[in-house]
Design a protein around this ligand. Structure first.
Ligand code: TIU
Length: 221
């Protein structure tokens, strides 16, 4: 069965049996004070609206029995998967691997990489720790999607122009159709969210589609 979603730049045709939800990096390091996002000088409150929207999306997918994937930007404790160029970039208050108020910054197993309660993974949902901004780089995501017949991704998460946009572009190049839910993503720079959505759907959905949460829910109903 194909669901027809009222999306931009044109109707998104979503195969119910071939679609997964992927929520990008809804973790405390980006959403709570004292994590990586704050260490980079950002106001983390700007991302909060995405939490409830992602929670609503999760409930919809779970009710439909459709697969859900969560990602976390998380490095190994020995930093062997963190290129020095990433760790040494700029002048953050705390660098990746440094001890912060929530444990070590962006380190798997520490509190900053925990997904916020409202979006917490349920049993059976895939959780991918990724060392890059994109969810395909150095992860098993592509194999998992292929093995499970998934051709289409519904996407939410943070931040719009960094890990979400990188993942959308990686997915697009690998042949997936992607629909980004507008309220389910936020940026520390609201203007960057606006232009990222424009870039994704420009030129006849050159990267993918976007739609509102209510349009998605109506299309699936
Ligand atoms: N800094 C910023 O906007 N984002 C990241 O570093 N990672 C993600 O977007 N997850």
């Amino acid at each position: 069965m194909i669901a027809e979603i009222d999306a931009r730049p044109f109707t998104f045709r979503m195969p119910i049996d071939g679609t997964a939800l992927i929520l990008i990096d809804m973790q405390r390091d980006f959403l709570d004070p004292g994590g990586f996002g704050a260490a980079l000088g950002n106001d983390v409150c700007l991302l909060r609206p995405a939490v409830a929207a992602c929670g609503r999306l999760l409930a919809t997918f779970r009710a439909s029995g459709m697969p859900v994937i969560h990602t976390r930007e998380a490095h190994r404790p020995d930093l062997s998967d963190c290129p020095p160029a990433k760790r040494l970039r700029g002048t953050p208050l705390l660098r990746i691997g440094d001890e912060g108020p929530m444990g070590r910054i962006l380190i798997a197993g520490d509190a900053g990489t925990e997904i916020v309660t409202e979006c917490a993974p349920a049993a059976g949902e895939l959780v991918i720790d990724k060392p890059g901004k994109g969810a395909f780089y150095n992860t098993d995501l592509n194999r998992y999607l292929g093995d499970n017949g998934i051709t289409t991704l519904v996407v939410g998460g943070v931040t719009t122009e960094v890990c979400v946009q990188t993942t959308l572009r990686e997915a697009n190049d690998r042949g997936y159709d992607c629909l980004l839910i507008e309220e389910a993503t936020e940026s520390y720079v609201p203007e960057f969210k606006r232009v990222t959505l424009d870039m994704i759907r420009a030129q006849g959905a050159i990267v993918g589609w976007t739609c509102t949460l209510s349009a998605f829910e109506s299309g699936l109903a």
